[in-house]
Design a protein around this ligand. Sequence first.
Ligand SMILES: Nc1ncnc2c1ncn2[C@@H]1O[C@H](COP(=O)(O)OP(=O)(O)OP(=O)(O)O)[C@@H](O)[C@H]1O
Ligand SMILES: [Mg+2]
Length: 607
Amino acid sequence: MNDSTPQSPRSSGTFRGLARVIPFARSDLARLGVGMGIMIVSSGVALGIPIALEALVDGPLATGDPVQVWWAVALIALLGFVEAALVLLRRVTVLTPGTRIDSRFRNTIYRHLQDLPIAFHDQWQSGQLLSRANSDVSLIRRWMSFGLVMLVGNVLMIVMGIAVLFHWSPLLAGVFLLCSLPMFYFGTRFRSQYSSLSRAAQDQWGDVSTAVEESVHGIRVLRSFGRGADSLTSFAGRTRAGRNLEVNKGNARAGLGFWLVWVPDFALAACLLTGVWLASDGTLTTGQLFAFFATAAVLAGPIESIGFLLGLTLEAQSGVARIFEVLDESNTITNPENPVTATPSGGSLVFDNVHFRHASQSPDDPDLLDGINLDVRPGETMAIVGATGSGKTTLTALPARLYDVTAGRILLDGVDIRSLDLSALRTRIAMAFEDATLFSETVRDNVLLGRDDLRDADPARSDAVLAQALDVAEAGFVYDLPDGVETIIGEQGLSLSGGQRQRLALARAIACAPDVLVLDDPLSALDVETEARVESALRRVLATTTAIVVAHRPSTVTLADRVALLDNGRITAVGTHSELLANSAAYRHLISSLVDDPGHDSTEEPS
Ligand SMILES: Nc1ncnc2c1ncn2[C@@H]1O[C@H](COP(=O)(O)OP(=O)(O)OP(=O)(O)O)[C@@H](O)[C@H]1O
Ligand SMILES: [Mg+2]
């Protein structure tokens, strides 16, 4: 996705945006409420200290009774202890909801990313998705377990404190409020400024994540082309942009902090002037004047912290907006309401006037697949050949509904695949992709990835399936790995060679024993001898399974019963290899242009 352009959220929607967190916090709202309750009580206790002080100044201090002075001192010390204990209790209470909400968000994002169609993943940078699932979720956790409670608690404390100020002297409190009014102006200005800055910074860190991810995956290319220094310069540019945004955020917070300290102090100075005048004419006692300023001092901390807490809130709001940009993406490839269940399982696959275009294609471009008609019979192996970029990989992604056709239909055993249960469809169709992606798991788990049914099965049965798949894919090399099939292969199988990875990806598809096997150029990375051995073993599997095999080499074509030529988005010729050689000039031309090893005679009949 072209997602690096920061979007500034409308500041009026800060709390409306944050309300979307509620469903993730529902079972924890009570606990958060308790946390806020404790916060309010502790604020009340803190505000009780000036009341005790007033009693001390106007009572025992005025009368000179030493016993009462001790009582007042003990009361103030006790109130301080209770306040500290309540702060501890609040922190412990709100810790769990934050971490639970964090896990719920992460799991929901992960599940949603698994559900979203490939077309979505084609358009989004992986770093942007990673940063949403990591740093944005952390911002929400920090806000839920700290910022929210503190913000609500501090605002309530300020409101209660102002009520207490009015209790001491309505006139002084009025002066205090009037002189504090500029804070609202600075707060509002900060909110709109900080919203766009925090959104821009979070987007920028997403770009930085993408750059890290790409450079780690592409480390070999960068090294071999000597682009390390260039890529570092470009990376440093991105981090500098992120750093600048963080500095701007810090400056905005510091600017607000200045006003949040200075404006109340200015208001207090105005109150002092008025207060001394009121005390001198007897309207206020010394104790009341003292208590007024002690209360105002208690409020200084909460007022000052508002800037920081507002900053946390706005960052959480940007995080929520960014996360919901992903969660709001709907899955367009969905299960039918009433899936057709009882289907024959011969494995016939029919492309009926299939059209397909990528969402990102220009409207002026013709459909990438522009009316494909192809009939793959049960048990038949159909090779797809075509120039590079002609749409072979795209075509093979359609039967398993990795993309949905934009017009026309695909029938599996006579039933439109969109009428079949999606997971049932995908267990019936197994794929080996051009790029053999493996996971950081054991060889066994990688190969048996599609065999959920074997998870709790008799180990002897899963061993047999594994051994047979490895045998067909000529992947016996795994037995020589340090822990055999239990060896954990590195991230994306990087510790294996390209050909080894390809053979494991092939074994993974074969292990599914599917009705339809879709192989996208499965042998491209193999040496001639291994390829010949895989081919002869694969022939046994293909004899009993319907298969579509994308072929880049004439030798792969010989695996197929028939060959379909894809040209300009259409199947322009279908027939056996020899029929097409005899009848199609375009096929002859394509086959002669395909690179094959000298050991293979591309014009031979398949044996
Ligand atoms: N996600 C996408 N969005 C837009 N266009 C795409 C997307 N994926 C592929 N394409 C374009 O679709 C065309 C067909 O791609 P495809 O991968 O199907 O070709 P192919 O026949 O498998 O090529 P090759 O022989 O090189 O593997 C290409 O022009 C490619 O640029
Ligand atoms: Mg391809």
